[in-house]
Design a protein around this ligand. Structure first.
Ligand code: ATP
Length: 563
């Protein structure tokens, strides 16, 4: 590890990106990462590790850069004087925003980069300032801060700055490969690195501890109060039969409520609530905090549940109202009155001094029942027969819930893992996809971008691959809002189509996945319609083309044929 205090230039990170782009071999990527990490000073490790994979802040940190494509363009306009033919060439040549910025600066920059060269830490601090600019006048502040950084960046560095802003690295290094890189750089057991990452939710910190404290430091990773843990996730199942099959009948069915996941940490009167992304949302949920304080039996606990927005008669409200509650930071009490929340618990990870993450699901439920006191638990059944299970699934449908969760009773809690121990069975099949382009509407939809091109991310190449288009599912007001939002992300135009930065994630319902010769992905969704905008998901969390392929294969398994 580096001992001197001089800081690593940002160009080293950009050059690493270029090297990573040249190969898709896992071992080579890992070796490049490991060599790079070993040369960093300790304080550089966390930001560098995150920047390489296109993140500025840890997952649990709710700060966001919030820089629009328009802002980036405005800065580039000021730094360059590109004649129309150069612009056209760049638009045709560039595969993404970062590359377009590099080409523009290379071909039409007005002044050479301002000295001194950027360091990794300076880039990180600049991003921190950009994220801190919020509220009135923030657009102008963000623009001026970004201009200061880009004016000092070489074209290659600018490419990577823009790639980080849009989390569009395209060099094939995902979290998994970064974990391998950390393992190799620190010479520690892969299992310990993976586990530490599950508990800490910050690759930067994992790398720092692995490289500076080795296995002893990593072994400290466990559940602890007020340190949110990455939530365990579910795979999609096609049928109840599949759920029974995969857990050999030892399965608990629970209602899948359509709300937002919360992780509750309590020690006496101290209560904190974290979102699915580990952001601290305590301040937005004073009613839930009060309920937990009054009704929870355990003095110390980490519990998980679903928060559902309800109207004054207790009926579930559309999801967007709930998101409003979560986002609200000021004048919280007004929304508390307007949109009350019901809490339903479904898991216990720690109760009164005992960690339960390594305990089987059945034991965690028993602990939850004891700890919960007067708090609601989600409706649950351990079916003895398929018929009993099917009746439960129908009941969930009748009661208006999204579907059911099927949980393997013997499974332990695996933070951050989307494994087979939890399966979700939704009434309609849905996927979270990314809008990459949109067509101008005609007739009644004139003036709106109303036909959306939907893409799934290729987890291997990082590319966005089209799988369908739809103009269904949005209300007029939503069309209008979406048009504005997409225009702010505009990248280029061709005919009646506007291509945008891949930022907006939508939940798409559909009836079937078909083979397609029209799309390069080879797959197309049948009867796609937008269920809602997933404000709570980033493109990196949307479903991948690999998931679509798996679902496509499963259709054959359970339906026997593809219509
Ligand atoms: P989705 O879009 O289906 O909510 P997701 O990616 O947010 O998916 P998954 O792990 O795939 O998360 O699905 C489980 C989600 O369903 C949980 O994150 C939680 O918010 C919600 N949920 C509702 N009821 C339950 C339950 N009984 N047990 C676990 N999760 C539940």
């Amino acid at each position: 590890m580096k001992v001197s205090m001089d800081s690593t230039p940002f160009v080293r990170l950009a050059l690493l990106g270029e090297q990573l782009e040249q190969t898709s071999k896992r071992l080579e990527l890992t070796a490049l990462l490991a060599d790079f990490l070993r040369c960093l000073a300790p304080e550089e490790i966390p930001p560098a590790v995150r920047l390489i994979i296109g993140q500025v802040f840890p997952e649990w940190d709710d700060r966001a850069l919030d820089v629009s494509w328009k802002t980036v363009l405005a800065v580039i306009e000021k730094l360059t004087a590109a004649p129309p033919d150069v612009r056209e060439r760049v638009a045709a040549q560039a595969v993404d925003g970062g590359e377009a910025v590099r080409l523009l600066l290379e071909q039409a920059r007005l002044e050479p980069p301002n000295p001194p060269p950027l360091s990794i830490l300076e880039v990180f601090h600049a991003f921190e300032k950009i994220a801190a600019a919020v509220g009135k006048g923030s657009r102008a502040s963000k623009e001026s801060l970004l201009r200061d950084v880009l004016a000092r960046a070489t074209p290659l560095e600018a490419k990577y700055l823009v790639k980080v802003i849009y989390q569009e690295m395209r060099h094939g290094v995902n979290e998994g490969i970064m974990l391998d890189g950390i393992v190799k750089a620190a010479g520690v057991k892969a299992e310990l690195v993976r586990r530490a990452h599950q508990f800490w939710g910050d690759l930067g910190e994992v790398a720092l501890v692995a490289l500076t404290q080795g296995e002893t430091g990593l072994k400290q990773a466990t559940v602890s109060l007020f340190r949110p843990i990455k939530p365990m996730l579910a795979q999609t199942a096609e049928s109840l039969a599949e759920a029974f099959e995969s857990s050999a009948g030892r399965v608990a069915l629970e209602y899948k409520l359509d709300g937002a996941r919360v992780q509750i940490h309590r020690r006496g009167n101290e209560i904190r609530i974290y979102s699915r992304h580990l952001a601290d949302v305590t301040a937005s949920l004073p009613d839930v905090v009060a309920e937990v304080r009054d009704k929870l039996a355990a003095e110390e606990a980490i519990l998980e549940g679903e928060a559902v927005a309800v109207d004054d008669r207790g009926r579930p409200l559309p999801f967007q109202h709930l998101m409003r509650r979560f986002r609200r930071k000021h004048d919280v009490m007004t929304t508390v009155r307007e949109i009350p929340i019901q809490l339903y618990l479904f898991d216990a990870l720690y109760v009164d001094g005992r960690s339960l993450v390594d305990a089987p699901c059945r034991e965690r439920w028993t602990a939850l029942e004891k700890a919960a006191g007067k708090l609601n638990l989600v409706r649950r059944l351990i079916p003895q027969t398929m018929a009993e299970g099917e009746a439960f699934v129908e009941a969930a449908d009748r009661d208006g819930h999204e579907g059911v969760m099927a949980k393997d009773l013997d499974s332990t809690y695996t933070p951050g893992v989307r494994g087979k121990s939890w399966l979700k069975l939704k009434h309609a099949i849905s996927l979270d996809l990314i809008i990459v382009a949109a067509d101008w509407g005609y007739g009644r939809r004139h003036g709106w971008l109303s036909n959306y091109h939907l893409a799934a991310r290729d987890a291997e190449s990082g590319e966005y691959l089209l799988v369908g288009k739809t103009f269904k599912g949005l209300t007029d007001a939503e069309f209008e809002e979406m048009t504005e939002r997409l225009l702010a992300l505009e990248r280029s135009r061709q005919g009646g189509t506007v291509f945008v930065q891949p930022q907006v994630v939508v939940e798409v319902l559909f009836n079937e996945i078909q083979e397609s010769s029209q799309y390069r992905s080879g797959l197309a969704l049948r009867f796609a319609r937008i269920a809602r905008v997933r404000e709570d998901k980033t493109p990196a969390e949307a479903d991948t083309i690999q998931t679509l392929r798996q679902l496509y294969e499963k259709q054959f398994q359970y339906k026997g044929r593809l219509e």
